[in-house]
Design a protein around this ligand. Structure first.
Ligand code: C2E
Ligand code: MG
Ligand code: MG
Length: 636
């Protein structure tokens, strides 16, 4: 659920205030204790001072007391004029009768006497006064008298007040500074928190919300539908073959392209829709404003159209398409997890239909997706369990009408599902990477069969093996192939590697390097499914190829379809001009064969000439052909 910052702020303020009040109270308590301590210590210092004064007066009054001389005693007391805190003083004889007393100017209190209670007669001591009696002035062991001082505490209170004022000012100042520091620290923390929050919830490359934020927003959108009704459309968008961009132009350009993709996609959405980047080349769009499933579908179509124009990158212009899956809450899915799963399933469905497309989720897809997972799991075991077979389909030379090559085609004899065709499992194997061990196995099986045929005298027969894109990106491919040829004794010139035109054009530089290496070893290269990709003459000239196989979609409607006629004849002419042999795939009728023959096609392959068959069946055909050849030779 998204956070509610509105609630957090007043709470934080209350916490601030409470902290401040507590700190203030603590300071006040400390100040009070210090003040009390100050009062006590100042008072005792004052009393000590007064005692010293009284003692000095007493020492100086010994003579006056001995001779009972009030004038001399009075003189001694008059020195107190300069003492700011003494209000009144008296020198008393041994009977506690005043010999002399002193009264500070302006003081109207009673003269001090030795006995505190007596001193209080008719006079209330104020909090501002203290009585100090200096007991007993002695001489030769005889009590002469005593000195009594009444001292003002006014100065003490003034100092204490000053101290309290200073303490309060220091406390208030400290609190103010602390408050400012705390406020500043809070601001820094809030700013850092906001930045961390941004980093945790957004994708640094595109600036879009990331997967984390996506989950929260989707949950929030669904909760709104639960409360108020309506629907939420979820689109999962996966860029097709984006890896190629990264591999060929580098990750930096890949990131730049992702940024442009994000901008274009955002451009076609409404402000109420949310787009997030949830993976490397995956985006998710939450459509909250969609009022019908058709509206969501039209957004998906718009997103696909938005990517149609090329993306400028450095000196290149790159194209990228996307496959999109759509699932609608609550129509297609009852909860968040199901919605995500279904949008994903629909996206995979769109991809498997040939990419650059979108599909709305349908329950059937789930079954298909499950089947796909099962397929992948059982495919992993197929090799060990020896369930794979290689079939061979003949290729006939039009000139000699003889089998000059066979194409190795993989078959899977599943113990429960029966014979599975490669179009069903090869894409799954490609995606999971299983195609690498599978492809190697086919190569070995095909070469072993070729070796058996060679042993029977058919050394001229070429063997064509399909190579997948994943195999081509394998480091040790060339070494693996050479090792297999070496082990089986098949001549490199007998092996034809078929690479589809689309794969060939995906990474021209890399493929030119690979094919040149293979060619240098004497292996033949054939371009499969020719006409379905986007190769140009300029590019074709760069590849060291021996053969082009015209895709069967151009053969099917021959010779009736004018366009196919034109394409086929053009491909044959172009290939021959490059010195490349032409094979026509999917020849099913005599009319197709006749047309291809007439226009100079070199080889044909198709059900009309022979379906893919297990090795021993092809051996029978080859033997028959061999016998026919023997029979046609003039006898000696
Ligand atoms: P491909 O290489 O273009 O193989 C030709 C496909 O056309 C084969 O389908 C073959 O059975 C089929 N075919 C042959 N003659 C005719 C015809 O007259 N009419 C029609 N309609 N079809 C015909 P298959 O065996 O199902 O293979 C399909 C694709 O699977 C192959 O297309 C190839 O791309 C891939 N594949 C098959 N085996 C392997 C393999 O061992 N490795 C790799 N990487 N791919 C393979
Ligand atoms: Mg092929
Ligand atoms: Mg083909």
């Amino acid at each position: 659920m998204p956070k509610q910052p509105g609630l957090r702020r007043p709470l934080a303020r209350w916490i601030d205030l409470a902290t401040l009040l507590t700190a203030g109270a603590a300071l006040l308590l400390a100040g009070t204790l210090l003040t009390v301590y100050q009062v006590v210590s100042l008072r005792s210092a004052l009393v000590d001072d007064a005692r010293v004064q009284a003692r000095i007066i007493g020492e100086n009054s010994t003579a006056a007391l001995s001779f009972k001389d009030p004038a001399a005693a009075h003189d001694t007391l008059s020195a107190l004029e300069f003492s700011p805190s003494v209000l009144a003083a008296a020198i008393l004889n041994e009977h506690y009768e005043a010999l002399a007393h002193y009264q500070a100017a302006g003081d109207d209190g009673p003269p001090p006497r030795a006995d505190g209670t007596l001193m209080r007669d008719g006079y209330r001591f104020s909090a501002g006064e203290v009585l100090v009696a200096q007991p007993i002035i002695r001489m030769d062991g005889r009590n002469l008298g005593t000195v009594v001082l009444r001292v003002s505490l006014e100065q003490l209170w003034r100092r204490v007040l000053g101290y309290i004022g200073l303490t309060l000012a220091v406390a208030a100042g400290s609190l103010a500074i602390a408050f400012l520091l705390v406020a500043r620290m809070r601001r820094v923390v809030r700013h850092t928190e906001a930045h961390l929050d941004y980093l945790a919830h957004s994708d640094p490359v595109t600036g879009l919300p990331n997967r984390h934020a996506f989950n929260a927003r989707l949950a929030f959108a669904l909760s709104k539908v639960d409360q108020f009704g309506g629907m939420v459309g979820l689109l999962f968008l996966d860029l097709d073959d984006f890896k190629v961009v990264n591999d060929t132009l580098g990750h930096q350009n890949g990131d730049r392209m992702l940024k442009q993709v994000a901008q274009r996609l955002t451009g076609v959405l409404r402000t109420t829709d949310t787009i997030c980047r949830i993976g490397g080349d995956e985006f998710a769009v939450i459509l909250e404003s969609a009022t019908s499933s058709r509206e969501s579908e039209s957004v998906a179509a718009k997103l696909i159209a938005a990517l149609a124009a090329p993306f400028p990158l450095d000196k290149h212009e790159m194209y990228v398409s996307a496959s999109i899956g759509l699932a609608i809450y609550p129509l297609d899915s009852a909860d968040l997890q199901a919605l995500i799963r279904n949008a994903d399933t629909a996206m995979y469905h769109a991809k498997s239909r040939g990419k650059n497309a979108f599909d709305r989720f349908h329950p059937d897809m789930e079954q298909r997706a499950q089947k796909r997972v099962q397929l992948e799991n059982s495919m992993r075991k197929a090799l060990e369990r020896n369930e794979l077979r290689v079939f061979f389909q003949p290729q006939i030379s039009i000139a000699t009408r003889r089998i000059v090559a066979v194409e190795a085609l993989l078959r899977w004899e599943h113990p429960e599902l029966g014979l599975i065709q490669p179009l069903e499992f090869i894409p799954v194997a490609e995606e999971s990477g299983l195609i690498v061990p599978l492809g190697k196995w086919v190569l070995e099986a095909a070469c072993e069969q070729a070796a058996r045929w060679a042993a029977e005298g058919m050394r001229e027969l070429s063997i064509a093996v399909n190579l997948s894109v994943r195999q081509m990106r394998e480091e040790g491919l060339v070494d693996d192939i050479l090792a297999i040829l070496n082990r089986t004794g098949v001549a490199p010139g007998q092996l034809e590697l078929e690479i589809t035109e689309t794969v060939l054009m995906e990474d021209v530089e890399e493929n030119v390097r690979l094919l040149t290496r293979l060619k240098a070893e004497g292996i033949c290269i054939s371009i499969d499914d020719f006409g379905t990709g986007y190769s140009s003459m300029a590019y074709l000239k760069r590849f060291p190829i021996d053969q082009i196989k015209i895709d069967r979609t151009f053969i099917t409607d021959l010779p009736a379809d004018a366009e196919d006629r034109a394409i086929t004849t053009a491909i044959i002419a172009m290939a021959h001009s490059l010195g490349v042999e032409v094979v026509a795939e999917g020849v099913e009728t005599a009319a197709q064969l006749a047309f291809l023959d007439e226009h100079g096609c070199d080889r044909v392959q198709g059900y009309f000439l022979g379906a893919p068959l297990p090795g021993p069946h092809v051996t029978v055909l080859l033997n028959a052909q061999q016998e026919e050849l023997q029979a046609s030779l003039p006898r000696a």
